[in-house]
Design a protein around this ligand. Structure first.
Ligand code: GAR
Length: 205
């Protein structure tokens, strides 16, 4: 079975949705490790409660380069069997840009969730960006991570409607509900080897 490593920085609600689906035997993957770059990430407690090992690789105050930090992440993943041959890495609210070295080593084995319909509104504060732009729909995207910023091949997207009364908070809530549905679904497709990458497209099934 594949080994899953989840990287978080905070709340960890997407991580929780994936781990719960695994515990319910909906996804054939071993939840090997949750790693946080922040020692106080709320998601750490949730992972421990579910019974998944956790590690902290603190990024604050780290003096080396991005690639050197990522080396520490890679060695932690490797320790738990999340390797380029037998692993999947999920970024779940991991608020760091990862190095090209990390991306290349785990080619098409790192996936991310983003709270917008990429390629619209990449980067930070995507829900705010969508509201300020005046979009009538937004949503979320699960995609492979490449060396660009939120640019890798799309795996699944879900849409939500935006109405005049929406605030950043209400829109984020609607989008998060869809995130919790499509992220476990994408992990399941990957675990069952149903995703093929062809150029910048994915072929599912
Ligand atoms: C989620 O909304 C996720 O899409 C977003 O951070 C939140 C993390 O929540 N990620 C990004 O904006 C990445 N650019 P969570 O910790 O509860 O899963």
């Amino acid at each position: 079975m594949l080994n899953l490593g989840i990287l978080i920085s905070g709340r960890g609600s997407n991580m929780e949705s994936i781990l719960k689906a695994i515990k319910k035997k909906k996804i054939p993957i071993n939840p090997a490790i949750v790693i946080s770059n922040k020692p106080d990430a709320k998601g750490l407690k949730i992972a421990q409660k579910i019974g998944v090992p956790v590690e902290i690789v603190e990024s604050k105050g780290f003096k080396g380069t991005r690639a050197e930090y990522d080396k520490k992440i890679i060695s932690t993943l490797t320790k738990y069997g999340v390797t380029p041959r037998n692993g999947l890495v999920c970024l779940a609210g991991f608020m760091r840009i990862i190095s090209p070295e990390f991306v290349k080593k785990y080619k098409n084995r790192i996936i991310n969730i983003h709270p917008a319909l990429l390629p619209a509104f990449p980067g930070l504060d995507s829900q705010k960006q969508a509201l300020e732009y005046g979009s009538k729909v937004s949503g979320c995207t699960v995609h492979f991570v490449d060396t660009g910023m939120d640019t890798g091949p799309v795996i699944i997207q879900a849409t939500v409607k935006i109405n005049e009364k929406d605030t950043e908070e209400s829109l984020s809530k609607k989008i998060l509900k869809e995130e919790h549905r499509i992220y476990p679904e994408a992990v399941n497709l990957f675990a069952r080897k149903k995703i093929r990458v062809s150029g910048r497209k994915t072929i599912i099934g």
